[in-house]
Write a protein that binds this ligand. Structure first.
Ligand code: ATP
Length: 199
């Protein structure tokens, strides 16, 4: 699915708003060590719903906010927006262009938007599920991930194949249905207890 642009504002080593455009073809990002190349891929991961701070080389959720340098004061907010061309309907949405924005504030408050509408994190995950772009997928391969896949437990490696095969969505739906079933069974037991008490 064509990636159109990525706008980073206050995320990690990007205190000022920067927009990267991705024209047709392959885009290469080059720069000296420590110049922020990996931070760009992490911004992508983050806006697409990554919540595991270790996958973002951090310890706290707010570590992604620009922490300041000798020349620049720390910021209180980070925001990343990614835009996809969805004309081929590869993402499950009627919009021809999909823009996702994630914002985090120093106090930990987070906000997600799809095309300027506030949404839940679950909506972002659902949008990408089985698209090959979900956070479990390997569309973004960070340094060390290849080794990680080779060394992964079979069950973890299986989830990569499941995502690619498109069954992950059904597994999630099954899990949600099983949870609801369990809650309903618990409620039934409670109702039966009430009925017995009343008899
Ligand atoms: P390499 O080529 O060595 O892999 P790189 O170009 O991928 O490097 P990154 O790892 O993306 O570089 O960037 C590292 C830089 O980002 C470091 O200078 C680090 O101090 C800075 N950095 C990371 N998090 C923050 C933050 N929250 N605030 C400010 N700077 C940050």
């Amino acid at each position: 699915m064509p990636l159109k642009s990525l706008t980073i504002n206050g995320f990690k080593s990007f205190p000022d708003k920067v927009t990267l455009e991705f024209p047709k073809g392959i885009t290469g990002i080059v720069g000296p060590n420590g110049s922020g190349k990996s931070n760009i891929t992490e911004a992508m991961r983050w806006v697409m719903g990554e919540t595991n701070v270790r996958h973002l080389r951090g310890e706290n959720t707010t570590d992604v906010i620009f922490g300041g340098t000798a020349m620049k004061a720390p910021l209180n907010r980070a925001e990343v927006t990614v835009s996809f061309d969805n004309q081929a309907k590869q993402l499950n949405s009627d919009f021809k262009e999909i823009e996702i924005t994630r914002t985090i504030f120093r106090n930990g408050d987070t906000n997600y938007q799809i095309n300027q509408q506030n949404v839940r994190l679950k909506d972002i995950h659902d949008l990408f599920m089985d698209s090959g772009l979900s956070k479990e997928s390997f569309s973004i391969i960070s340094q060390g991930s290849v080794e990680q896949i080779f060394n992964a437990k079979p069950a973890d490696r299986r989830s990569v194949i499941e995502e690619a095969a498109g069954v992950l969505k059904f597994k999630q739906q099954k899990k949600t249905a099983e949870l609801k079933l369990k809650q309903t069974q618990d409620n039934l037991v409670r109702i039966n207890d009430f009925v017995k008490e009343l008899e």
